[in-house]
Design a protein around this ligand. Sequence first.
Ligand code: ATP
Ligand code: LTN
Length: 328
Amino acid sequence: MKRIFSGVKPSGDLTLGNYIGAISNFTKLQHDYDCLFCVVDLHAITVPQDRQELKKRVKDIAALYIACGIDPNKTHIFVQSEVPSHTQLAWILECHTYIGELNRMTQFKDKAQKLGTDGLSSGLYTYPVLMAADILLYDADLVPVGEDQKQHVEITRDIAIRFNNRYGETFVVPEHFIPKVGARIMDLQEPTKKMSKSENDKGCILLLDEPSIIRKKIMSAVTDSETQIYYDPQKKPGISNLISIYAIITNKTIDEVVEEFKDANYGTFKKALADKLIERILPIQERFKDIRNSKELDDILDAGRDYAMHLATRKINKVMKKVGLGRH
Ligand code: ATP
Ligand code: LTN
């Protein structure tokens, strides 16, 4: 069976962007692959975190995975830092990654440009290599992610190919899975910017937001001065973003949504979107409450860790042998 690996950082509360761009696809793909879904806490500490908050969020994300429909009986859910081979392999891969390659990563470049490099950790710089280690440790064939992670999956492929050429077949070269619609949900207040959990504000819908807050955020989403509803992300980024969200939530195509609302005004469309969104998110919130503090959640994460550890240990031993590390 082919394998999937993907991860979400516990760096904030899960957003509608995380759900649409990543997690809703995990739930669709879980039936056809051996799936490892990770809470990537080591990635979260590339920027400062409060330790109590981080601990809480690790379990929040794991519980939300399940609440969103990931079946713990079919998949393996675990916490990245509980499997030490991730950091071990990351170091080895860092020694096979060029500084020039990391300098081309747009996510880091953007952050460095905005904030300067003096206050940025070197972990933030090498973070794509840790992500490569996550994926390559498990010989994942497919990596479902949002658009912003495409470049990181590409560097993972480059690293795998380079390593295989140098040491012989070691890693599966993975493909990304990026949805056609919803791969980049935009901020509702600044629809030219990605909806982001670390810049959470009025423009960002959280999966655990109260229904009244979700409605308020949708109703106050920035649109444009026209009145007609049609899809044109360049000219109408706000409305086009709302159309994408509606399409995903209702399992319709963009064209079907545009047809449905061609005679409606923005207010009517936003109200319909808020209704559908709340209808979809409420059951997730209910399930979350049941799971979050259950013993079952720890059992699931223990079993996930054991499964991941087994695969990862085999792989790291193979890699160490190929590189010539250690005595055996
Ligand atoms: P941050 O905002 O702190 O950078 P993030 O939400 O982008 O965090 P992750 O939690 O690791 O980072 O993202 C998990 C998954 O959600 C990734 O596959 C990412 O591509 C996807 N994702 C994140 N934001 C969006 C978005 N606005 N639209 C679509 N997919 C998204
Ligand atoms: N870098 C990703 C999170 C992430 C990930 C992964 C995604 C870490 N390791 C492995 C897919 C596969 C992010 O910031 N969104």
